[in-house]
Design a protein around this ligand. Structure first.
Ligand SMILES: Nc1ncnc2c1ncn2[C@@H]1O[C@H](COP(=O)(O)OP(=O)(O)OP(=O)(O)O)[C@@H](O)[C@H]1O
Ligand SMILES: [Mg+2]
Length: 281
């Protein structure tokens, strides 16, 4: 199912929140994790889950766990990516325990157990996840490797997971991707809106990813967001900060976001931006 395009003044019916690996882990190393950062984001995500029970899914970037597992794959071994499943299971468990400590009923979900590859992309069988959401639980996913009909295992990076989950939304879906920059930057300036029908100039602003990055850095993220936006979702790329008091603006229409917050919005429609909300009387 493809969700309906959200109007900019509509609150999202469903939020898919991705926390980028660079926010809690040094991707150039193996099994590196910043537990304080994880605790900070877990507090924010638990708060969101309490505000929107059954309407939130969290996706974690692979960080040094995921990237470390697929950095040097043997091209002659069709199952070389298998260790990614183990590494990301550890990572999901780290998030699950941190989210439990923060008060959320988080439940780790392995992508390969919930999805199949269809035309090279993960496609989720929504029934089991919908039932999980209906209990008020917070599903926690990561990238994974999925079996291909040719007998090999194919890597599906975390940036590609949100598009596999769009079918869970009964209404306008929002995909928010927290990362270590304010959005897609063009010469240092944050691009406020990218039209999914004409993204060439935004693409031209992207720098090459470092060698240790296995999924193309912002380029992979932007391509994934464009794919979601073409399917009707509203995507936002914005900076994460584990010390922020909360992320509740992610459940509000963008025009009601705190003024001054920078982000790149990738969505059909127009270049809507945050504007001050009239003070309550
Ligand atoms: N034009 C650009 N605008 C913004 N970031 C860019 C641009 N070109 C390259 N980048 C790089 O992309 C990085 C963000 O992508 P990256 O994949 O590292 O994020 P992440 O949040 O760690 O997510 P993930 O865990 O999915 O990898 C930025 O830190 C920046 O170095
Ligand atoms: Mg990346």
């Amino acid at each position: 199912m493809t969700s309906a395009a959200p109007g900019v003044s509509d609150p999202p019916a469903f939020l898919i929140l991705k926390v980028g690996g660079g926010l809690f882990s040094d991707k150039s190393r193996d099994h590196d994790i910043d537990h304080d950062a994880v605790a900070g984001y877990a507090r924010q995500v638990a708060d969101l889950a309490a505000a929107a029970p059954g309407r939130l899914v969290m996706v974690s970037g692979g960080g040094s766990y995921g990237h470390g597992a697929v950095r040097d794959l043997d091209p002659d071994d069709p199952w070389a990516a298998l260790p990614l499943t183990g590494a990301n299971a550890e990572l999901r468990w780290i998030w699950t325990t941190a989210l439990h400590r923060a008060g959320a009923r988080a439940f780790p979900v392995q992508l390969a157990a919930a999805a199949v590859l269809r035309h090279g992309e993960a496609a989720v069988d929504t029934d089991s996840l919908r039932r999980l959401l209906a209990t008020g639980a917070l599903p926690v996913l990561t990238g994974d490797c999925l079996p291909h009909p040719d007998g090999s295992l194919r890597v599906v990076g975390s940036d590609r997971v949100p598009s596999a989950l769009l079918g869970l939304s009964a209404g306008p879906a929002r995909v928010a991707m927290l990362t270590d920059v304010d959005g897609v930057l063009d010469d240092g300036r944050t691009i406020p809106w990218i039209d999914p029908r004409s993204a060439d100039s935004a693409r031209a602003s992207l720098r090459a990813a470092p060698d240790w990055d296995t999924t193309g850095a912002m380029s992979g993220k932007l391509d994934a967001a464009l794919d979601c936006a073409r399917r009707g979702a509203e995507c936002l790329i914005l900076r994460g900060d584990p010390d922020r008091p909360d992320l509740r603006h992610l459940l509000r229409p963008v025009p009601q976001w705190p003024p001054g917050l920078r982000y790149t919005r990738i969505a059909q429609g127009g270049p809507e931006t945050a504007r001050p909300v009239p003070a309550a009387v």
